[in-house]
Write a protein that binds this ligand. Sequence first.
Ligand SMILES: [Zn+2]
Length: 130
Amino acid sequence: MELLEPQPSPAAGKEEQELLERAFFSWAEFSRFFDKWCQQRLVVFSVKSSTHVARSPWASAPPLYRLIHVLKYSYVLLVCKDMRAANQPAAWPPQPSCPAFITLKLSPLRDRLVVSECQLTHSHPACTRE
Ligand SMILES: [Zn+2]
């Protein structure tokens, strides 16, 4: 995976790279990792769209058929839930004001979930939960 644009902040690029190198062998494993990951960064992501593994064209073929309930999703789009936007009147379709997102997908081997794309640069300061 190549970074096409040089990042002004090396830390941001490194964080994205770390996520892109991760693999999760269950949805539960990802959830545990991601909860902690969000807490450490004081960010809140929510699932914007997802596709169940059962809907995958490979759902009945090995190795995936054994993993339907373990992996749960073949595609998940997580977007930053910018807390400031929650206080504004809701627009439809929702216009996320923050460009940060993470895409989780079934790996080409179809036995794990991997982060296929992510953008972790937020357009706002971190949320404080106090
Ligand atoms: Zn954000």
